[in-house]
Design a protein around this ligand. Sequence first.
Ligand code: HEC
Ligand code: HEC
Ligand code: HEC
Length: 115
Amino acid sequence: MKKTSAALFICTVILTALALTAAFAKNMGADQIVINGGSSGKVPFPHHLHQQVIEDCMVCHKDFSQQAGSLDAAKKSGDLKSKQVMNKTCLKCHRSMKKAKQKTGPTSCKQCHKK
Ligand code: HEC
Ligand code: HEC
Ligand code: HEC
C-alpha cells in the first residue's frame, strides 16, 4: 500500500515538472519584429506586446506559422494575398477597437509603414 502511494506521488511530481517545463519552453518568438511592408516601407511590430493584449496566438498565426519568414513565404506561395494580413488582421482589429474607443494600434499608413 505505502509503496504504491509513494510511487504515485513521485509520478505526479515528475508529470507536473514535465508539464511546467513544456509550458515555459514554448517559443514566444522575438519581442520586436520588422515585417516586410513592400513598397510602402517596413513595418516595425511589437510582437510580445500583442501576445500580452491578445493572448490567442491563432488570431495571427492561423494565417502563417510561428516561424521567421513565414508571412512572406505564405504570400509568395499564394496561400496569403498581398495585404491580406494587414487588412484582415492588423487593421481590422485596430479599427474596431478605435471605434469602441479602446486603446489600440495605428490605423494610418505612415504610422505603421516606416521608410
Ligand atoms: C498580432 C499578431 C500576432 C500574434 C497575436 C502572435 N504573433 Fe507570433 N508572429 C507574428 C508575426 C507578424 C511574425 C513574423 C512572421 C514572419 O517573420 O514572417 C511572428 C513570428 C513568430 C515566431 C517566429 C519568429 C521569431 O521571432 O522567432 C514565433 C515563434 C511566434 N511568432 C510565436 C508566437 C506565439 C507563441 C504567440 C502567442 C502567445 C504569437 N506568436 C502571437 C504575429 C503575431
Ligand atoms: C496596422 C499597420 C498597418 C497599416 C495602418 C497599414 N499597413 Fe500596409 N502592411 C502592414 C503589414 C503588416 C503588411 C505585410 C502583410 C501583408 O501584406 O498583409 C503590409 C503590407 C503592405 C504593402 C505590401 C504588399 C505586398 O505584398 O507587397 C503595401 C503596398 C501596403 N501595406 C500599403 C499600405 C497603405 C497604402 C496603407 C494606408 C492606406 C497601409 N499599408 C496601412 C501593416 C499596415
Ligand atoms: C486583435 C487585435 C489586434 C491585432 C490583430 C493587431 N493589433 Fe496591433 N495593437 C493592438 C492593441 C490593443 C494595441 C495597443 C497596445 C497597448 O499599447 O497597450 C496595438 C498596438 C500596435 C502598435 C503600436 C505599438 C506602440 O508601441 O504604440 C503597432 C505598431 C501595431 N499594433 C501593429 C500591428 C500590426 C502590424 C498588426 C498585424 C500584424 C497588429 N498590430 C495586429 C491590437 C491588435
